[in-house]
Design a protein around this ligand. Sequence first.
Ligand SMILES: C[S@@+](CC[C@H](N)C(=O)[O-])C[C@H]1O[C@@H](n2cnc3c(N)ncnc32)[C@H](O)[C@@H]1O
Length: 189
Amino acid sequence: MLKGIINYSHYLMQEAVNQGDTIIDATCGNGHDTVFLSKIAGQEGHVFGFDIQDQAIAHTNELLAQNGSTNTTLIKDSHSNLLHHIPVDRLTRLGGAIFNLGFLPGSDKSIITQSETTILAIESMLLHLKQNGIIVLVVYHGHEGGDQEREELMRYVRQLNQYHYQVLFYGFVNQKNDPPFILAITKHE
Ligand SMILES: C[S@@+](CC[C@H](N)C(=O)[O-])C[C@H]1O[C@@H](n2cnc3c(N)ncnc32)[C@H](O)[C@@H]1O
């Protein structure tokens, strides 16, 4: 009945994004989201994937090649620098973005997303996001440093102007061990 966190994050992206849109995968990791986004962007659309680790870019490249993706650009840089990498004509078609916060599974657990750069990236995205576009954040927060990012992110999304943005919280409140939850920001008139 109730969708799990990853399923629901994909469902939200699929509902909001149209074929031909630009989509950002802010944290490629092993590339699972990037492949999914490449499918929903369609041939006219484009996915820009960011990660700061070589290993993540390599894994994602491999997975995209296996899936025959031709509408994706991977960038080894922080998502907070996205405005330096995405051409303006693509930015004007920004339909959605997704973040999976935390560390790369099976890798160095000390390399984690940080609230400061996460929020900078969200701010840059909100400037260009289309009406009814979406930013989905899958918030993993059980690791060291995760609680700080969670708290700063919650503070940030709570102060977004309700006349311009809706912010959804989706999570399972009776699960043990700091389960991940979703924050989704949509933009409207
Ligand atoms: C939880 S993993 C992402 C999982 C991925 N979505 C998947 O499907 O496998 C988080 C990723 O964020 C990356 N990361 C951390 N800080 C970043 C930043 N400032 N900009 C871009 N990526 C970052 C890490 O290197 C890591 O690969």
